[in-house]
Design a protein around this ligand. Structure first.
Ligand SMILES: C[S@@+](CC[C@H](N)C(=O)[O-])C[C@H]1O[C@@H](n2cnc3c(N)ncnc32)[C@H](O)[C@@H]1O
Length: 300
């Protein structure tokens, strides 16, 4: 069951996005192609646009990336770094019995892995359709203990303070929100003292390059320091997809401003076994520049 603590569900390509490469042709559904631009977009506009976008594109995302993600693996990003080897959440034995919140969980594959380790995960996502895929996976391959599913915005977590021992996110929510400090502050509030907050995002350096997997994605085309959001908008100028850029320094400051200590910053290298492209992530670019940044934070 998908819980709606704050009422029923009400959420295009960025400089570097995990969205599906091949989307349904908007012309086929009677909509003109959205215009890609860089402009300001606030929290409400970003959240609404992304909710609708992920609801419309969840099927495509899961069909394109579901087999790479696996039904119950914890993959941190397109490089394929798996929590089973990375151990960024802590030693395997420490996960047993932990209350864990996964933010921007999509189809909850990571939460299913956490449940298999004996943790009690809650998989939260803005998109109803993404969470329906979690139900689909559970129906196809039932697990001993299915994660709880919660439909909500990461900027307003519907939980009491001190509810969780651990929080995590693999590219969920953080790249899409206008106010990451608000999200981090919410995570800090719901974590118990000593809790970890581990999240992965597009590596900020990628914003300086075209989102192309080939050689054309290796030449700087924009300023790394330009924080103007990537927006796709319809004919009326309404955002239909938004991604927000922060530099590495911004992300560190956001983590610290929300009360966390940064204990590690992991930049996974592209492994030899992974020949799969994912949007602008590819073996070629992965061998030269980082594509993912994983922040490991702790709450005192
Ligand atoms: C790139 S997907 C990652 C999903 C999953 N972690 C994975 O690895 O497949 C990003 C997810 O973040 C969710 N999301 C975007 N903005 C959000 C927000 N403000 N609050 C909660 N979830 C959000 C989207 O609905 C989407 O499921």
């Amino acid at each position: 069951m998908i819980q709606h603590p704050q009422g029923p569900a009400q959420s295009a390509t960025p400089a570097a996005s995990l969205r599906p490469a091949e989307l349904a042709d908007p012309a086929e559904v009677g909509n003109p192609e959205p215009e890609a631009t860089r402009r300001d977009a606030g929290s409400t506009e970003s959240s609404q646009a992304n909710r609708h976008w992920w609801d419309r594109n969840a099927d495509e995302y899961q069909s394109e990336h579901g087999s790479f993600l696996g039904d119950d693996r914890f993959v941190w990003g397109p490089e394929g770094l798996d929590e089973t080897e990375a151990r960024l959440l802590g030693p395997a034995e420490s996960l047993k019995g932990m209350d864990v919140l996964e933010i921007g969980a999509g189809a909850a594959q990571c939460s299913r892995w956490l449940a298999a380790q004996g943790a009690h995960p809650v998989a939260l996502d803005l998109s109803h359709r993404q969470l329906q895929h979690a139900l689909r996976i559970e129906g196809e391959t039932p697990s001993d203990v299915a994660p709880s599913l919660v439909e909500a915005d990461a900027g307003a977590l519907p939980f009491r303070a001190d509810s969780f021992d651990l929080a995590c996110s693999a590219y969920g929510a953080v790249p899409f929100v206008a106010d990451p400090v608000q999200v981090f502050a919410e995570v800090h509030r719901v974590l118990r003292p000593g809790g970890r907050w581990v999240f992965s995002v597009t590596h900020p350096i990628r914003w300086a390059f075209p989102d192309e997997p080939g050689p054309e994605g290796l030449s700087i085309s924009a300023s790394y320091f330009d924080r103007t959001p990537y927006v796709e908008q319809d004919e009326q100028g309404r955002a239909v997809y938004v991604e927000h850029h922060r530099t590495i320094g911004d992300r560190v400051r956001d983590v610290v401003a929300s009360g966390f200590r940064l204990v590690d910053l992991v930049e996974p290298e592209w492994p030899a076994w992974n020949s799969q492209e994912w949007g602008g992530w590819s073996p070629l670019r992965g061998s030269l520049i980082p594509g993912t940044a994983i922040f490991v934070c702790e709450r005192d």
